[in-house]
Design a protein around this ligand. Structure first.
Ligand code: CTP
Length: 219
């Protein structure tokens, strides 16, 4: 029997859409596949999973107990803060927008001048906020998507967001990352232990991640 049986888990996945006006938004290319695969693997091991999912067209397996669908970073933030207090494990795989339009137009913006500027303001960093209030019995796993100084940047995120483990995705690997079915990850824990994995399907990557979490923190 898995040591994760009955463990309350929060998983975030997918992109966020930040509204510009009633018909337009700023988004990103995240499919949500990686986070959904992790939520599915945790569920297979008997964990009680709440998946907070940004706008994703991927079908979600029925085995995942509870799904909260959100659109914007603000909605994801509010849902995550509510769910997190009752959880022992959080895996934050969502590709949350770092910036959102300062103002959302009530009406569709008409085509007028040759150029247009949209002022953007920072979104709340959900993982950082949750990391700050992390209890002694809570385990927090984040993701980092880097294109340069990968290990250094990922290690900094562990400290800044008070994480127990970070999953480093490199966009430099062919076939890995957004929109692909495969991924190549490196796991780094808060004691600086680095484990590199081969290019695998996201399903297999999810098993590697959950194996590492289970053996290090729940066995
Ligand atoms: N994250 C989050 N809320 C945000 C931004 C990021 O919860 N507003 C989480 C992601 O789900 C991921 C981790 O923080 O687990 C790292 O996200 P990433 O975009 O790589 O890092 P940032 O902190 O946004 O830094 P930068 O974009 O400068 O690399």
């Amino acid at each position: 029997m898995s040591a994760l049986k009955g463990v309350q888990c929060l998983v975030t996945a997918g992109p966020t859409y930040e509204a510009i006006d009633p018909v337009r938004y700023i988004g990103n290319r995240s499919s949500g596949k990686m986070g959904i695969a992790i939520a599915e693997e945790l569920s297979h091991r008997g964990a009680q999973v709440t998946l907070i999912l940004g706008p994703s067209s991927i079908s979600v397996p029925e085995s995942i107990g509870k799904i909260i669908r959100v659109e914007s970073s603000d909605e994801m933030y509010q849902a995550a803060v509510k769910v997190w207090s009752g959880c022992q494990l959080g895996v934050f795989a969502a590709a949350v927008a770092d910036y959102k339009p300062k103002e959302v137009a009530n009406q569709k913006i008409k085509k007028l001048g040759d150029t247009i500027s949209i002022e953007l303001v920072k979104t709340s960093d959900i993982l950082q906020f949750i990391g700050k209030s992390k209890g002694a019995d809570q385990i927090l796993v984040g993701f980092a998507l880097e294109t340069q100084n990968e290990l250094e940047n990922a290690k900094q995120k562990i400290a800044k967001k008070n994480l127990d483990m970070i999953v480093l995705n490199s966009l430099n690997d062919k076939g890995a990352g957004f929109q692909y079915d495969t991924n190549r990850i490196t796991l780094i824990d808060s004691e600086n232990k680095i484990t590199k994995f081969e290019l695998k399907t996201k399903r297999e990557v999810a098993i590697d991640i959950v194996n590492s979490i289970e053996s290090k923190y729940f066995s």
